[in-house]
Design a protein around this ligand. Structure first.
Ligand code: KG4
Ligand code: ZN
Length: 782
């Protein structure tokens, strides 16, 4: 059965894909293609995709696989371009590839886009010096001067520098120096940066007497074969890990906020030299082995007492019920475990740790991984044999929870007997609950088992819901990264999501004690929010959905804030009025029919949370300011300062908070001019009270107009105790029911997304592979 490697790149406003057939023993090859080489290119394509990377990438992947009659389960490994290039483009390919890698459980390798471009040119016959100039936008370029050689020479593409970003004018001096040092008399010039800067660069090259061949537009992009060849080279040099969590974009500059910070601190601007996060790859990690590991595996097994040989391993990789995992240290295979699943039992066929790597807990880690694999493959027990004389191994297995269940007399070739040991992972009832038909049917009434993802702002969050109960809820907050800038920096948010995805997903499934195979559907926040942040979560979720055949539902962030209430109080009845009040929103919403909403009114300027944060900043309090203001307010007098209550009597449901914010700022200035010490508690309490008074007044008139029974409070600012109390009192005085979620469900989380999805999947169609994120999306259109 042929196996394939798929490469993807969206770093330069094009979609570049490659598909290669693998027939060797190792991916590592100085020369990946050609006679006796391990890989054969099957298909590749480069398509223009301006702003369409997210909507088109997986559509094109599906098409490419279909055209070549390759099923996704035949994919052995993925290669993705890590840039440098368009920030969002790079992240879309990486997030999508991470979703595919996680869902298919195959390794993911990252390669620099510029190096892959060099390989692409080399494979098409270019030799000698090449100058690649990619457009970095904002009047900057990513230049790469490289020498392309024959395969026989070993290093096929040598670059003079790692990736960096620079202003074209400033680059000329460096270029001149390198041209002279290397006595370059001719070169080929390619890249997307030529559209704007060819004149400048050509003039410099002419001045230096270099004869220039201008490349075609297409030659400035990485092609599928170039991406795969770059990976094969990286593997042959031993610096590829395959661990999807460690594949990150190549950043050649800090975010704008961080640059400004450096400048302020007098550190000057960063050099623009690439810092390569893949260097941060874990020292050792475990992954599923595949035919590309055959030579390493056979070499390692040679040192064990087993009689496993290359041909056995090769057929192991063919069998669909087998899983072999390897533990790698510094990209070298140090230990492995072989597993076979049979009728709900997972058998350990072999477990081996090389002599020099013993006593480091590798066997234990492989066995723990085997347990996860057993569950993934719907097995409820793990079985293994151990030599009767091997007391240390038996002690380890017992410690891990294995029990002795039988003895096999004279089991080994030398006549020694074996003990059979067993670990029950799930009881029969539990396994029926996880995978059984009946349990599945029960879920179709009470709601599917859903894995949900939220990345609309500064939290990367995943949760699992089952029968309407949250069984895991993991939030990776980025607040500390944004705090020093006094607010959420969109560029940093988007980077951090890309970094956190795999670890948070793993943690959420672990906490739910559920393999991906037990999930019925996926859900993801696809609007509204920071577009660069939404896109990362959506790309990952689409990759995961495509890989795992789970339908994916797009969830509106505002609706999910409302559902934090429904999750807590399932008895909430229609019609209800809700106030969503957070860092990004201040909206009064009515719902008279399940899943349908009418926005009664929203803020005309700042959101309430934003006002809290800005006032806090003016008072010298850290970000996010809301909690600090409310803490200070407890010590102050809410009637001390008469701040304006804008639009309190406007007879509609619009809010305006920027006037209040300005009034507070002016008050601070006035006090400072008068050299009076600021009374922080009084300012905080009076500001907070002004916000609360308006909210309560509008909430009450909305309740009356709609004739609602329930009032729901939601969003980050719902964590404010005074606001909760004021609304609760006002509502119960009028005989209305009041609901507010626990604190953890007020701020952004994925539990509320999962809860929304439980209902949404009965109403909506799943998202297509071409779905894209939306920065704004009123609830009224649901
Ligand atoms: O819902 P959320 O986590 O993110 C958005 O979707 O915006 O809300 C974050 C906002 C921040 O502005 C934060 O200052 C505010 O909620 N917040 C508070 C309190 N706790 C958080 N505002 C007032 N009082 C609080 N106790
Ligand atoms: Zn939110």
């Amino acid at each position: 059965m042929p196996k394939y490697v798929l490469a993807l790149d969206t770093s330069h406003e094009v979609i570049s894909l490659g598909l290669a057939r693998f027939s060797g023993l190792s991916f590592a090859a100085a020369q990946p293609f050609g006679e006796d080489a391990p890989l054969e290119m099957i298909d590749q394509l480069v398509l223009p995709a301006f702003r369409a990377a997210n909507s088109q990438l997986l559509v094109q992947v599906e098409e490419l696989l279909k055209l070549n009659q390759v099923s996704k389960s035949d994919l052995l490994a993925l290669v993705v371009a890590r840039g440098p290039g368009s920030f969002t483009g790079v992240r879309i390919a990486i997030a999508t590839a991470k979703g595919l890698s996680f869902g298919l459980r195959i390794p993911l390798y990252g390669v620099p886009t510029s190096l892959a471009c060099g390989y692409s040119l080399q494979l098409r016959g270019t030799r000698g010096w090449v100058l690649l100039v990619s457009d970095a936008l904002r009047k900057e370029i990513y230049p790469s001067l490289m020498y392309l050689d024959e395969y026989e020479t070993g290093v096929v593409v040598s670059r003079l520098d790692t990736d960096f970003v620079v202003k074209p004018e400033a680059y000329l001096a460096k270029l001149e120096q390198q041209i002279k040092e290397n006595a370059i008399s001719e070169l080929k010039l390619v890249g997307s940066g030529l559209e704007k800067y060819s004149e400048l660069i050509l003039a410099k090259l002419a001045e230096l007497g270099v004869s220039v061949q201008l490349g075609e537009e297409l030659e400035g992009y990485a092609q599928g074969d170039g991406l795969i060849a770059t990976y094969a080279y990286a593997e042959s040099q031993g610096f590829a890990s395959g661990d999807p969590a460690s594949v990150l974009p190549i950043y050649t500059r800090l975010s704008d906020a961080e640059e400004t910070e450096r400048e302020k601190l007098g550190l000057g601007l960063s050099s623009g030299e690439a810092f390569d996060p893949e260097v941060l790859a874990p020292q050792n990690f475990i992954r599923l082995l595949n035919p590309g590991d055959l030579s390493a595996l056979t070499a390692l097994a040679d040192g064990s007492e087993s009689d496993w040989q290359e041909k056995h391993f090769a057929s192991e990789f063919e069998a669909s019920n087998r899983s072999w995992f390897g533990l790698f240290e510094n990209s070298e295979l140090k230990a492995y475990i072989g597993l076979a699943s049979m009728a709900g039992e997972m058998h350990v066929m072999d477990l081996f740790v090389e002599e020099a790597s013993r006593k480091q807990g590798f066997a234990r880690r492989l066995l723990e991984r085997a347990e996860a694999e057993a569950l993934e493959r719907r097995c409820r027990e793990l079985l293994l044999d151990v030599r009767v004389s091997n007391t240390p191994a038996r002690a380890l297995y017992e410690d891990l929870g294995f029990e002795l269940i039988a003895e096999r007399a004279s089991y080994y070739p030398d006549g020694e007997s074996a003990y059979v040991m067993r670990k029950e992972l799930l009881s029969e009832a539990q396994s029926e609950e996880l995978w059984g038909r009946e349990a599945f049917e029960k879920r179709s009434e009470s709601g599917a088992r859903i894995l949900a993802l939220e990345s609309s702002c500064d939290e990367t969050a995943l949760a699992v819901i089952e029968h309407g109960q949250i069984v895991s809820n993991v939030v990776a907050s980025q607040i500390e990264f944004h705090a020093r800038f006094g607010g959420v920096v969109p560029e940093i948010a988007s980077r951090k999501h890309t970094e956190a995805l795999i670890d948070v997903t793993t943690a959420a499934l672990e906490q739910a004690q559920m393999p991906l195979s037990a999930i019925d559907a996926l859900a993801v926040t696809d609007s509204p929010g920071l577009i660069g942040a939404l896109v990362v979560g959506l790309a990952f979720a689409k990759g995961l959905s495509f890989a795992s055949d789970n339908p994916l539902y797009g969830i509106n962030h505002l609706e999910s804030h409302l559902y934090a209430n429904i999750l807590e109080n399932p008895e909430i009845e229609l019609p209800f009025v809700a106030l969503v009040i957070s860092g990004g929103h201040t909206s009064l919403i009515a719902s008279e029919e399940k899943g349908r909403y009418r926005t009664l009114g929203a803020t005309l300027d700042d959101a309430a949370g934003e006002a809290f944060d800005k006032v806090a900043k003016a008072l010298g309090l850290p970000y996010p300011g809301g909690p600090h203001i409310s803490r200070l307010a407890k010590l102050g007098d809410p009637t001390a300062i008469d701040f304006p209550r804008a639009m309190m009597h406007s007879k509609d449901y619009s809010f305006s908070l920027s006037g209040l914010k300005t009034a507070v700022l002016m008050h601070i200035q006035k006090e400072e001019r008068a050299r009076r010490e600021l009374n922080l508690p009084n300012i905080a309490a009076s500001f907070q009270q002004a916000v609360i008074d308006v909210q309560v007044a509008k909430a009450l008139s909305a309740m009356e107009e709609i004739g609602a029974k329930w009032f729901l409070l939601a969003g980050g600012v719902a964590a404010n105790e005074e606001l909760r109390l004021a609304l609760q009192e006002a509502m119960s005085a009028k005989g209305y029911r009041f609901s507010v979620p626990r604190m953890a469900y007020c701020t952004d989380n994925a539990a509320m997304v999962a809860a929304t999805a439980t209902d949404r999947i009965r109403i909506d169609e799943p998202l297509g592979l071409d779905a894209d994120a939306k920065a704004s999306a009123p609830l009224d259109t649901l």
